[in-house]
Write a protein that binds this ligand. Structure first.
Ligand SMILES: [Zn+2]
Length: 321
């Protein structure tokens, strides 16, 4: 300890050095109190931004489990991971086990609150049993890692679950099983979403499916079977956000994907998909081909569109439904 010089103190006056110290302590106190107030009262109300890097990590995690083909440990681990992430973000979820065309199907649905869903967002989480488009014949008997084809769509749904504001219109998240085994003996495409749509008791006003939306060179053309009005809304929102080179307002393909069973039910449904992917159904469909920027563009477009759609429904004369 150091001795301090004995300075005479008059009432109401602190020695200069001590007064400076007091001011510093007071400033520190204020800083701590302000920080605490921000954390407790303001921080929970500021929605987290959709983060492409965090979504990309979801892709990496899924691929690390291994191909999510039916009946495998990776398939089960993926479901467990989705449910844990959803719960951490405040969503309830349930696995719906059924069979579709003789094959086992485990769909996962997630929701928040008690309202019926206005919007249903879906992605398939399974990966294809065989990499039958691989250049190397030896690889064609192995399952696809499914980084872009499967994991990218799920990653966008998980990051939306984390970032969708609580006051948004009611959204249901659908994680479809068994989308990707078409043209393989005993299988067909979209078995999971067929079962999901058949069991659906609600009437969402809009269904949006995301599939293969993580490509670094992302170009999402309008899909020919999708609802044109809903497509136009989504592409308008993307353009408003400056993503007009990613969302190309022209139809290029007609795709059999998870939106079809919902269209067949008479619901408005859109498929957001970029089919021009060189690694499609090959062993090269790995996370290094997936871009955080692409995931973020799709996620931010959906977040903005959900907000616009909700505002429109709340207003009179909304033509967006
Ligand atoms: Zn596929």
């Amino acid at each position: 300890m150091q001795n301090t010089p004995n300075i005479p103190v008059t009432s109401g006056q602190l020695p200069k050095r001590n007064s400076r110290l007091m001011r510093l302590l007071l400033a520190l106190d204020l800083l701590v109190i302000t920080g605490f107030a921000w954390y407790v009262w303001i921080h929970p109300k500021v929605p987290m931004e959709f983060n492409g890097q965090r979504a990309l990590q979801d892709v990496v995690t899924q691929v690390e489990f291994g191909p999510r083909t039916p009946g495998t440990a990776a398939h089960a681990q993926a479901l467990e991971y989705f449910q844990a992430e959803l719960a951490a973000a405040g969503w309830q979820s349930e696995i719906v086990t059924t069979t579709s065309q003789g094959q086992p199907v485990e769909n996962l649905r997630a929701w928040r609150g008690t309202e019926q869903p206005v919007i249903l967002l879906g992605a398939h989480y399974d990966s294809r049993l065989l990499a039958d488009k691989d250049d190397l014949p030896a690889n064609r008997s192995q399952a696809v890692p499914g980084a872009n084809d499967g994991a990218s769509g799920v990653a966008v749904l998980l990051e939306l679950a984390r970032t969708l504001p609580k006051q948004a219109v009611a959204v249901e998240l659908a994680f479809f099983d068994a989308e990707d085994n078409g043209h393989l003996p005993g299988w067909d495409w979209i078995l999971g979403s067929r079962a999901y749509a058949a069991a659906l008791t609600s009437q969402p006003k809009a269904v949006v499916v995301v599939d293969m939306i993580g490509d670094a060179d992302l170009k999402i053309f309008m899909e020919g079977n999708s609802d044109p009005q809903l497509s136009a809304q989504l592409w308008r929102t993307a353009t408003r956000l400056g993503y007009e080179t990613t969302f190309v307002p022209e139809i290029k393909y007609h795709v059999l994907d998870d939106h079809i069973p919902f269209l067949e039910k008479g619901l408005r449904a859109v498929d957001l998909i970029d089919l021009d992917y060189a690694y499609w159904h090959t062993l090269q469909d790995t996370p290094d081909k997936v871009s955080a920027i692409s995931l973020e563009k799709v996620g931010k477009t959906l977040l903005a569109w959900i907000a616009e759609y909700g505002s429109c429904l709340a207003a009179e004369n909304c033509t967006a439904q």
